[in-house]
Design a binder for this molecule. Structure first.
Ligand code: HEM
Length: 172
């Protein structure tokens, strides 16, 4: 996490970056099921549960620490971040649960057919839109971490590759 407690890059930072890019791509595809097709929508988002769980586990120390310190002295941005993360978790769970309950491909392919309910469809749509909003805020709050980590693990290595692969000046 980008806010308190402040930590410099750890061996897990690169894993977090790769994972976050993956989650971001899955989310973009998930928000447009009519383009991807419902089967891809369902299997991809179900598979992303593994990446989401790992994302939480990699931030576990931060979660535990801020939970313990929440009613003591912590910065406003950390407090906002913490509450936002809980909202993201709650609405993220809702979008997954409601999605499973209206499944048209994954569950039927496993032989499970649930009665289709308008309520769960509305809830799925609404919670997906709320997750979109919360994810935007989550990204904004972590922007400096994103910029720093992209620079360190993506832009700098690319720049270094280009500078070492430049042809040597052979003029006398
Ligand atoms: C990150 C998780 C997910 C996101 C962000 C997401 C988002 C969305 C969105 C935006 C729609 C379009 C709603 C509309 O056009 O009214 C949709 C539809 C749908 N989703 Fe998901 N979804 C997720 C997970 C799932 C899962 C896990 C399943 C089932 C296993 C699922 C099943 C469906 C189905 C069946 C529809 C079609 C509903 C309809 O046509 O009314 N979704 N989803």
């Amino acid at each position: 996490m980008a806010n308190e407690p402040t930590k410099t890059s750890t061996p897990q930072t690169k894993t977090k970056l790769v994972l976050d890019i993956l989650i971001f791509i899955v989310f973009l595809v998930a928000m447009d099921p009519h383009s991807s097709g419902i089967a891809i929508h369902e299997w991809l988002t179900l598979a992303s549960l593994a990446a989401l769980t790992l994302h939480l586990l990699l931030s576990w120390d931060w979660i535990v620490e801020i939970t313990q310190r929440f009613f003591k002295k912590i910065g406003t941005q950390t407090r906002i971040n913490y509450v936002l993360n809980w909202l993201l978790f709650i609405f993220g769970t809702l979008v997954m649960v409601s999605g499973i309950l209206i499944s048209e491909a994954a569950l039927p392919s496993l032989g499970i057919r649930l009665p289709q309910g308008f309520f769960w469809r509305r809830l799925h749509d609404m919670s997906a839109n709320l997750v979109l909003l919360l994810l935007g805020l989550h990204t904004a709050l972590h922007w400096s971490w994103i910029v720093k980590t992209f620079d360190r693990y993506i832009f700098q290595p690319i720049a270094a590759k280009f500078s070492t692969s430049k042809p040597k000046d052979v003029s006398a």
